[in-house]
Each structure stands twice: as structure tokens, then as C-alpha cells.
Write a protein that binds this ligand. Structure first.
Ligand SMILES: Nc1ncnc2c1ncn2[C@@H]1O[C@H](COP(=O)(O)OP(=O)(O)OP(=O)(O)O)[C@@H](O)[C@H]1O
Length: 358
């Protein structure tokens, strides 16, 4: 399989900068997810690695070799797209065989048969092999597209939002399957998505891309617990991290809305009166009679095992996850607090985490 490295990659289209000084590494056999909103530069990154586009600046290495002069075929990467690029009048089997029948590859017929059979088994599409691909469901078509990548035994799998056209249930099932597949193949995967749940549930590592720049790279846990700035804090987690503007006074955090919550002084040295943003995950905010904060219940969403409560304090909204059996009335007054050990401190102006700012 393969190790990938991007070093200082820049890509401009006319005077539009799509990628700015992008550097990251994907270890051999790693499932790396690039997470970003629409237009962040995800597809451009994949196309550069695949050799379909040339960088304006910077270098790409595959297994330590600079691939600047390598064409797309030499790079030996497989690209799986959101839209299935299958031949509609061919059968599933013919679609799977096709990438192996090119003259450059020269794969023996017996080997083709074996690889197709193995891919079909892995993806559980054996029963569909003789069906025309225009008679398949969306999920089946996407399995065949992935199968076309697998049979080639590429060095790297590049996946461009391959699940986003599928309905929620199927997406969830294929998420698990794809992750299992990657582990079984021991393959290097670069998977791009705008869906943070996909990123969190599938990635060994996540790179958060914003406006063509990589904002943070880390394990899902690192990014969730210790976001570098308020942008990343809001980009991962559902509901997202609560951000509360305020300042510190000794062992208390004073929110701009006026309420005071306990603060663990060991967490931050910034005890001066400068503006801060306190980040707290919804599961670390709790309702309790007698707690120091006061809010109104603005909304309650029932999610089966838990409820997501939106609280209103002045003009500000906070979200907390509470057990499903918690009874709450809209507009009811409740008391709340947080787990002081879980608060992340951000600079109130730049939004940069004080831990990361050093
Ligand atoms: N061939 C091109 N010519 C001009 N601009 C381009 C071209 N390809 C991409 N761009 C621009 O570069 C930026 C990054 O595009 P890219 O497709 O990589 O984003 P993305 O993160 O994949 O978005 P999406 O999730 O919508 O696919 C966008 O502003 C896009 O308009």
C-alpha cells in the first residue's frame, strides 16, 4: 500500500486560491478523512493526488517519491466519486472486469475472474453479477463503484463523498462496511466529506479544511476534545460545542449574559480580565436544581435515548443533552452548570484555543 505526503501545496484557478500551503501526511494503511464545507478544496486535493490536476506550488510524495512528473495511471490510485461512473448497459461483472482488461494492465483471464469474485464477495454483490447496472439501487451501484476500485488493487483509495447521495440508513450501513473493508484490505484511504458524523465515525485521523487551508489534523478524539479554534469547535460534534463569551475572575467564569459558573483555575492561566470564549460540549452542560446558571427552556428535541435541550439566556442559546426521562416544559425556568474540567478556553477575539496558542 502507500504513504502519502503533501508539502506546501497551493492551487490557484485564475486569481482564485483553492488551496493554500496545504501540508499533511497519510500513514500507510491509515483511514484519513478530509472534512470541509462546500468549496473548501476537498475535491481539488483529491484531483491533485490522483494526478488529474497539477499543483501551482508545493510537492506531493507517494511512498517518498515526488510524483510531479507521474501521470494519473502511474500513480496507481483509485478515485471513487459521489456519482457512480458505471457503464449502464453492461452487467455488474463486466463493469468490474473493465478496469482489468486495459492493454496496459495485461491481467490474465483467470486472475481477472478471481479478483472479480473476491471483490463481489467482499461487497456482497455476488447475486448481482449478471444484472445490468441500470437495474440497481443507489446503494448497489455505489458498491459496484467501490468494487471497480478494489479489483485494481490500487496503492491508495481516494473517495470523494461516496456516500452522500444515499439515504440515511444506507449511508450508515455503508459507513461501517467501508471502514471494515479498509481494515481488511489494510489499504490507505483518503476520504473526503462535508459530514462531520462520517468523519468522526470513520477516520483514524481527520484533517479539517477551511477555505483551502488545513486548520487542524488529529484523531477524532483530539479534534473533538481539543479543537484549535472556535471554527473547528463548531465543525465537529452534533449538536456543536457551546461557545460562551465572557471573562474569568479567579475561580469563576462570568458570562456576558451575567451568570457565573465555576472554573477550574488549573485549566487556564489567563486569569486577567481579557475577553474569552468558553467552549463546552452539550454533554458537559447539565441541568440541576440550585445550579448557578439560570435559563429558559427554548426547545426540546427527543432523540430516543436522550433529549437535546436548547436553553435561552438573554439573547444567547446553549444546548445540553439530557437523559430521555427528563421532563421539561417549553419556557420553564431551569438552573444549569457545567463540568469545569471540560471547558476549553478560546481567545475572545481571535477564537484560537489558549492551549494551542501555547
Ligand atoms: N477547474 C476549476 N476552475 C475554477 N475554479 C475551480 C475549479 N475547480 C475548483 N474550483 C474552485 O476551487 C474551490 C475549491 O473547490 P473544490 O471542488 O475542491 O471544493 P470542495 O471542498 O470539494 O467542495 P464540494 O464539497 O462542493 O465538492 C472552489 O471555490 C471552486 O469553485
Amino acid at each position: 500500500m502507500a504513504h502519502i505526503e503533501l508539502k506546501g501545496i497551493t492551487k490557484t484557478f485564475g486569481d482564485h486560491v483553492a488551496l493554500k500551503d496545504l501540508s499533511f501526511e497519510i500513514a500507510d494503511g491509515e483511514f484519513f478523512v478530509l472534512l470541509g464545507e462546500t468549496g473548501a478544496g476537498k475535491t481539488t486535493t483529491l484531483r491533485l493526488i490522483a494526478g488529474l490536476e497539477k499543483p501551482t506550488g508545493g510537492q506531493i510524495f507517494i511512498d517518498g517519491e515526488d510524483v510531479a512528473d507521474w501521470g494519473a495511471a502511474e500513480r496507481d490510485v483509485a478515485l471513487v466519486l459521489q456519482q457512480y461512473s458505471l457503464y449502464p448497459r453492461y452487467t455488474v461483472r463486466e463493469n468490474l472486469e473493465f478496469p482489468l482488461k486495459s492493454r496496459i494492465r495485461r491481467v490474465e483471464p483467470a486472475e481477472i475472474e478471481e479478483r472479480v469474485a473476491r471483490a463481489a464477495k467482499t461487497l456482497r454483490i455476488e447475486h448481482l453479477l449478471d444484472r445490468k447496472t441500470d437495474r440497481l439501487s443507489g446503494g448497489e451501484m455505489q458498491r459496484v463503484s467501490i468494487g471497480r476500485a478494489i479489483v485494481r488493487k490500487p496503492r491508495v483509495f481516494l473517495m470523494d463523498e461516496p456516500l452522500s447521495a444515499l439515504d440515511a440508513k444506507l449511508r450508515e450501513a455503508l459507513r461501517t462496511e467501508l471502514k471494515n473493508l479498509q481494515m481488511n484490505l489494510g489499504a490507505t484511504f483518503l476520504f473526503v466529506t462535508h459530514d462531520q458524523i462520517e468523519a468522526m465515525s470513520m477516520g483514524d485521523k481527520i484533517g479539517v479544511l477551511n477555505n483551502g487551508q488545513l486548520v487542524q489534523t488529529g484523531t477524532p478524539q483530539e479534534i473533538y476534545r481539543n479543537p484549535v479554534n472556535t471554527f473547528v469547535a463548531r465543525a465537529v460534534g452534533s449538536p456543536p460545542m457551546n461557545l460562551i463569551s465572557g471573562r474569568l475572575a479567579g475561580s469563576e467564569a462570568i458570562a456576558d449574559e451575567g451568570y457565573r459558573l465555576p472554573f477550574d483555575a488549573a485549566l487556564g492561566t489567563a486569569v486577567d480580565a481579557r475577553p474569552l470564549t468558553f467552549g463546552i460540549r452539550p454533554e458537559d452542560l447539565f441541568l440541576e436544581s440550585g445550579a448557578p446558571g439560570e435559563a429558559r427552556v427554548h426547545d426540546v428535541e427527543n432523540h430516543g435515548v436522550e433529549k437535546i435541550v436548547t436553553l435561552r439566556t438573554g439573547n444567547h442559546f446553549l444546548q445540553a443533552t439530557v437523559p430521555a426521562h427528563t421532563d421539561l416544559e417549553i419556557e420553564e425556568t431551569v438552573r444549569f452548570s457545567w463540568d469545569p474540567g471540560k471547558v476549553v478556553l478560546f481567545d475572545g477575539e481571535s477564537g484560537i484555543s489558549l492551549r494551542h496558542a501555547g
